[in-house]
Design a protein around this ligand. Sequence first.
Ligand code: HEC
Ligand code: HEC
Ligand code: HEC
Ligand code: HEC
Ligand code: HEC
Length: 387
Amino acid sequence: MKKTILFFLFLGSLYATSQFETSKTCKGCHPTIYSEFYESAHRKASIFEDEIHKAIWDKHPSKAKDKYTCNECHTPSDTRITDALSKDISATPTKDIAQVEEAISCVYCHSITNIEKHATPHDKNILTKEPKMIFAANKDNRDGKIIYKEEKSFFGMFKKTSGSPFHNIDYTNQNFYTGKMCMGCHAHKENAHGQNICKVDETGASNEEKNCITCHMPQVKGSATTIKITKKHTFHGFAGVRNKPEMLAKYLTFGFKKTASGFDITIKNLATHNLLIHPLRLGKLNIRVNNGTKTTKLKSTPFVRILGHDGKPAMPWVATEIFKDTMLKAGEQRTIKYDKAVKTGDIIEVEFGYYLVNPKMHKILNLENSEEATKFYILKTEFFTVK
Ligand code: HEC
Ligand code: HEC
Ligand code: HEC
Ligand code: HEC
Ligand code: HEC
């Protein structure tokens, strides 16, 4: 009976307008997934929830034209802006539900049927037009669709139901098994000069064993729905540089080897893309040696991919070249040599962390007082004892 009431409550509002159904509606039956999503960079991708995005937007030439060209990837659930921009009418974000609560919403993501490739400026998401249809992966039922059914008795009462009392589910979309559905926004972006700003290698979205979804959305404890109880569900906080980096620590490995003049540290990136992707980032490998009485900090190694113009660092929309690229590439292992003599029993601390915004940019972007922009985040720390 309770389910029947829910069914009536929700069905009436689903896809009633051209707007996307809000994520709060999904919360009713998927509360754990919703609370993870709420802390994710996808829910917080708007200028109102991401100070760093706002700082770049504030300086971007599109802002002077009153056209929020970031909408397609940062807040695609805001159909007011999508519609206006498609007619070449100005539109900028206002602090409303679409921007603050939805950004990249549940329904938006689960409606992506395919990716349309474009050499520049970026690829596009193609959404299904089938009402109430949600794509999902299910390895045991990959050719299946679940269409919600209710069979009525002679008296018009519901007798039997199957599937979700809210939406239909289509398990046949291969892109939900390989992670290709992530690529419409993540694959690449070029500026007006054709300079690539950020790129994620396609290999990370080409097979079912190791892809965007398996690394960034691992299986974690808790039921996927409150109606059909499962032990585990797919993590929707999207582990990344902002949220839960520790969940990705195992994809960066360190090695230590004593040498004649000191020691070598190896660092290997097991991710299928550059260790850090966005050009604002500064990664750092920090080494500390403890000899039992004191700790010495050695010179740290930076990892960057800085955009440039005329031989100098430049903002993304001005860039025509790569000024400097020392970022760890997909699968790359690098060895860094230290000329510091160590002896048996010394403890070497190896730490990799990063700033979301390179400290050289804090002042230029008016981010000196932003905690998230100035904080040093740690991805992984490991200790080696000299034998
Ligand atoms: C009234 C309850 C209810 C609401 C509201 C609801 N769902 Fe569901 N959903 C379910 C149930 C039950 C299942 C499991 C169906 C099954 O496995 O037979 C499910 C399954 C799913 C699945 C597929 C899981 C899988 O692997 O089989 C996805 C994706 C999904 N829902 C997304 C959403 C989204 C997005 C919304 C909001 C627009 C939403 N749901 C709202 C009840 C609901
Ligand atoms: C093609 C899709 C796409 C478009 C269009 C786009 N972005 Fe992004 N943006 C992304 C993705 C994907 C990320 C996450 C990348 C990452 O973390 O490496 C991102 C991240 C960012 C970040 C880093 C945020 C952080 O957490 O530190 C900034 C800043 C940013 N975008 C600014 C903009 C601005 C300003 C615009 C519009 C002028 C824009 N982007 C347009 C896809 C896009
Ligand atoms: C950025 C894209 C994206 C967003 C946003 C998103 N999902 Fe998902 N979701 C996925 C992917 C990818 C999977 C894993 C493949 C699959 O099972 O479909 C998934 C899986 C699921 C599942 C199946 C979980 C399981 O463990 O079986 C449910 C249910 C679901 N999502 C509901 C939601 C709800 C509710 C929201 C919003 C609160 C949401 N999703 C937001 C991409 C997304
Ligand atoms: C509609 C566009 C879009 C889609 C689809 C999308 N993303 Fe994103 N993603 C973004 C944007 C934009 C950001 C950056 C948001 C910000 O920080 O302002 C982002 C950020 C991220 C981050 C960084 C999170 C963090 O804490 O730093 C990860 C990881 C990520 N996405 C993974 C995925 C995965 C996995 C999928 C597919 C299941 C996916 N994304 C689908 C647009 C998208
Ligand atoms: C083998 C695991 C693995 C796979 C596969 C993978 N990633 Fe990552 N990803 C990582 C690791 C590790 C990081 C670094 C996290 C950190 O430094 O906190 C990362 C970081 C990111 C970031 C944040 C980078 C930044 O500079 O803001 C985004 C966005 C992202 N991945 C998207 C994707 C997408 C999209 C795919 C699929 C094409 C993908 N990843 C495939 C492991 C993986």
